[in-house]
Structure formats: structure tokens, C-alpha cells
Design a protein around this ligand. Structure first.
Ligand code: HEC
Length: 104
């Protein structure tokens, strides 16, 4: 019986791990963000390092960036606009935003 419970618990924590999308450089690449962004080299858009530095102390930055990733916009880093990325799901946008904020 104890063994059964332990298995059940292990199974559930595995499910949670898969349920929370963990963003990675691969995910960012799969959405083609890398066409305009690199971690530490300026391309069409700001580097993820710049973004992480800018929002390092800002509360709610991940949520704000997740929205910006989906809707696009301009004016924060210059006049070059970032096109909306409607393919990115809410969950992935938040995961990617957290990943970008972790780039140092
Ligand atoms: C066509 C080029 C292009 C693509 C593709 C693109 N971006 Fe951007 N991105 C930009 C530009 C330009 C800016 C600067 C916008 C501004 O100044 O407000 C930007 C800004 C950002 C910012 C900072 C937003 C802010 O308000 O500070 C984040 C985060 C970001 N992009 C993430 C992504 C992610 C994630 C993807 C892929 C899903 C992506 N971008 C795809 C060009 C692009």
C-alpha cells in the first residue's frame, strides 16, 4: 500500500513537470524569435541580455513581456516595431518571458 502511494505521488509530480511549459532556447528558436533576437548579439530587436537587465527589478515583468511577445509593439527600444506573434500560446509566452528574464 505504501509503495502504491509513493508511485502515485511520483506520477503526479511528473505530470506537473510536463504541464508547466519550460521555455528553452529551442522553444524560442521554434517560434522564429531568433530571426530578430539573440541572447547577447544585437540584431533587429534587443538582445535578451538587454531585456533581462532592463526589467531585472520590475515586479510583474514576466506577465508584461508575455503580453508584449504576443501583441508586439514599438517604442521601448526604438522605433523599430516588433510584429505580433499570435502563434505563441499564453503559456508559452509566459514561459519564454521568464526564460528571457533569466538570461544574464
Ligand atoms: C521581425 C523581428 C522580430 C521578431 C520575429 C520578434 N521580435 Fe521581439 N522585438 C523586436 C523589436 C524590433 C523589439 C523592440 C520593440 C520596442 O522597442 O518596443 C522587440 C522587443 C522584444 C522584447 C522586449 C519587449 C519590451 O517591451 O521591452 C521581448 C521580450 C521580445 N521582443 C521577445 C520576442 C520573442 C519571444 C519572439 C518570438 C516569439 C520575438 N520577440 C520575435 C523584433 C522582433
Amino acid at each position: 500500500m505504501t509503495k502504491y502511494v509513493a508511485l502515485l505521488v511520483a506520477g503526479c509530480s511528473m505530470l506537473t513537470a510536463f504541464g508547466n511549459a519550460v521555455a528553452s532556447p529551442e522553444m524560442v528558436r521554434s517560434y522564429n524569435c531568433t530571426a530578430c533576437h539573440a541572447e547577447d548579439k544585437k540584431k533587429y530587436g534587443p538582445t535578451y541580455q538587454q531585456v533581462a537587465l532592463k526589467y531585472a527589478d520590475e515586479a510583474g515583468a514576466a506577465e508584461k513581456l508575455a503580453k508584449k511577445i504576443q501583441t508586439g509593439g514599438a517604442g521601448v527600444w526604438g522605433n523599430t516595431p516588433m510584429p505580433a506573434q499570435p502563434r505563441v500560446t499564453d503559456e508559452d509566452a509566459l514561459a519564454i518571458a521568464r526564460y528571457i528574464l533569466s538570461v544574464k
